[in-house]
Design a protein around this ligand. Structure first.
Ligand SMILES: Cc1cc2nc3c(=O)[nH]c(=O)nc-3n(C[C@H](O)[C@H](O)[C@H](O)COP(=O)(O)O)c2cc1C
Length: 378
């Protein structure tokens, strides 16, 4: 295996190891992908102030997110179909996160189920909820997350309808993949991935199949998901979800200060400034460009987290300087997983930790909890 020094190195390896359909599923944004690109590009425009001759001994990245201790304020974002990047992907990523001391968030649309992940971890993980039209199914998911000891519910607000990603349509994305001649060739040149998949039973959406009414196999699953995302979801729904859950609640997908105001009023514990990694509203601004105005508006009342576009520890530090209490990575950990399974996820976290620590030091700070806007050129 060649040197893995950056998230981009992991991405290159993942591209070789993961069938095109699933690699592209991760590496894509909606329509023209302009927001997907802006998320990364806008981080590059922010510059640090270089400071010297400040005592750099005994640095610390430890912090808290929603009151939970984290070894660095970087959680793994909820991502659907993660078990298609690598066999048993969610279980492996959850274990890597647990060992590293950062939160793992399991998606509703995961391959491994809530119970699968609970069976291989000891500390509580977080669960991300998509609210479906079938309310019994939503109640049941919330109850299952509670029973598994999840310590936070992440409610995603920006996917009432699913935006279009051209690559997925062109590749005929499905889990497991359809056995077309093109897909067979694409998989045949990736034997490690195929062997992994043959060695596991977990190849479909296990939070759903066998749990939702009438969903027993793949074809009924497709019909069900096509009609199930609830386009009528509204701020009122946050109330019953909060009540049913009864624990820490995080609202994901805020990109506008007015929506942030609404989110703060719900009494949730945190909100995530997110545009779904550029996968929903193409043409929306990058999250890093919106973060400061949202922190200014509600930061004194609700913890503000952010995701979308983070590719390095430097990006994490920029987000923290602009007022985020915590951050999430989606694609960086997926690339690690695709490149090298659990080891690859750990590697992604190590790369980010090293970049974060060195950058903080070179900016003249020792404690991640003291970083702020004064560290940036503005
Ligand atoms: C392949 C993929 C699948 C995703 N699936 C979900 C999901 O099921 N639920 C959700 O709330 N967000 C989902 N997201 C969005 C992520 O939680 C997160 O907001 C985004 O990945 C952050 O951007 P980044 O990938 O640039 O770090 C997904 C993102 C990717 C890349």
């Amino acid at each position: 295996m060649s040197l893995q020094l950056t998230i981009d190195d992991l991405k290159r390896q993942a591209r070789r190891r993961v069938p095109t359909m699933f690699f592209d599923y991760a590496d894509s944004g909606a329509w023209t992908e302009s927001t997907y690109r802006a998320n990364e590009e806008d981080f590059h425009k922010i510059k640090f102030r270089q400071r010297v001759l400040v005592d750099m001994d005994n640095r610390s990245l430890a912090s808290t997110m929603i009151g939970e201790t984290v070894s660095m304020p970087v959680a793994l974002a909820p991502t659907g179909s993660t078990g298609m990047q690598h066999a048993d992907g969610e279980m492996l990523a959850a274990q890597a996160a647990e060992e590293f001391g950062v939160p793992f968030t399991l998606s509703t649309m995961s391959i491994c189920s809530i119970e699968d992940v609970a069976s291989v971890t000891r500390k509580p993980f977080w669960f991300q909820l998509y609210v479906m039209r079938d309310k019994d199914f939503a109640y049941n998911l919330i109850d299952r997350a509670k029973a598994a000891g999840c310590s936070a519910l992440v409610l995603t607000l920006d996917l009432q309808i699913l935006a279009q990603r051209h690559k997925d349509l062109r590749n005929g994305l499905s889990a497991p993949p359809k056995m077309t001649p093109k897909n067979i060739v694409d998989m045949a040149i990736r034997p490690r991935w195929v062997m992994g998949m043959l060695g596991t039973q977990r190849r479909t959406f296990r939070n759903i199949v066998g749990h939702a009414k009438g969903v027993t196999d793949l074809s009924s699953l497709k019909a069900w998901t096509d009609e199930q995302f609830d386009p009528s979801l509204s701020w009122k729904d946050v109330e019953w979800i909060r009540e049913r859950w009864g624990g820490k609640l995080i609202l994901k997908g805020i990109l506008d200060p007015e929506d942030a105001e609404m989110a703060a009023k719900t009494g949730a514990d945190a909100l995530i400034v997110s545009n779904h990694g550029g996968r929903q509203l193409d043409g929306a601004p990058s999250t890093i460009s919106m973060l400061e105005s949202i922190v200014d508006k509600v930061g004194d009342r609700i913890e503000v987290h952010m995701d979308s576009g983070i590719r390095s520890g430097q990006d994490v530090l920029k987000a923290l300087c602009l007022g985020a209490k915590g951050t999430y990575i989606g694609r960086p950990f997926l690339y690690g997983l695709g490149a090298d399974g659990k080891r690859g996820v750990t590697r992604a976290l190590e790369i980010i930790r090293k970049e974060l620590d060195m950058t903080m030091a070179l900016c003249g700070r020792r404690d991640i909890n003291t970083v702020g806007k004064d560290m940036l050129h503005r």
